[in-house]
Design a protein around this ligand. Structure first.
Ligand code: DX5
Ligand code: ZN
Length: 217
């Protein structure tokens, strides 16, 4: 369904070739590029930070969608904005002041996203709907690619009803593949992040599988 955007996560790309990987997935039909930032504190894994985002930015023509799995968030907002993030998504669980964080992200010139871990109810964003451009529903516990999908259809439907006619994306992140995508799209999601399901079987020297994988989702 081409009204659904596909945002490949470069967590599943070749870390030694990020620039070429970003160009390859865009050429193969990716709508956005999803960039997973992990701090070894909010989540039990480390990935990379604003310097890496700045380095890959010139290799992305479209939207750079930066998912911050870090705590605290606020001290780093300006650095990620300067690195060229179009969307900055913070977790509602990452601190006591998500409302302030979303305001600060918009003040820095980015679209503001808010992410919900699997254990966090839809109601956690009820008072944030006018401050947010994207709600990211995690369908794995964040920290690693390649995990098993957790069904969050009820949460997605509840969020779609809460959003009403506001221009807010619902993004799904974790374990999305050709088998799990139809149910989240039917529940009301419009952006699907996929890491392992997009990058499997391909490489920068043989990128055609990326396109086949994107079209299969
Ligand atoms: C999980 C990340 C996801 C993840 C997606 O912590 O936020 O973006 O890497 O990877 P797959 O699609 O392999 O679950
Ligand atoms: Zn992510």
């Amino acid at each position: 369904d081409r009204s659904i955007k596909i945002a490949p996560s470069i967590l599943a790309a070749d870390f030694a070739n990020f620039g070429a990987e970003c160009a390859a997935i865009e050429a193969q039909g990716a709508d956005w590029v999803h960039v997973d930032v992990m701090d070894g504190h909010f989540v039990p894994n480390l990935s990379f930070g604003p310097a890496t985002c700045a380095a890959i930015r010139p290799h992305i023509k479209g939207v750079m969608d930066v998912h911050l799995m870090i705590s605290p968030v606020d001290p780093y907002i300006d650095a990620f904005a300067a690195a060229g993030a179009d969307i900055l998504t913070a977790h509602v669980e990452a601190g006591p002041h998500i409302h302030r964080t979303l305001q600060a992200i918009r003040a820095a010139g980015c679209k503001a996203g808010v992410a919900l871990n699997p254990g966090t109810p839809a109601e956690a964003v009820a008072h944030l709907l006018d401050l947010t451009d994207l709600i990211c529903v995690m369908t794995v516990n964040p920290g690693f690619g390649g995990q098993k999908f957790i069904d969050m259809s009820d949460k997605i439907k509840a969020l779609r009803a809460m959003i009403g006619d506001r221009p807010v994306h619902i993004e799904i992140d974790g374990g999305v593949d050709a088998n799990t995508a139809p149910s989240v799209a039917a529940a009301g999601a419009d952006v699907l992040v996929a890491g392992s399901a997009v990058f499997k079987g391909g490489s920068v020297s043989d990128p055609a599988p990326y396109g086949e994988n994107i079209r299969a989702i």
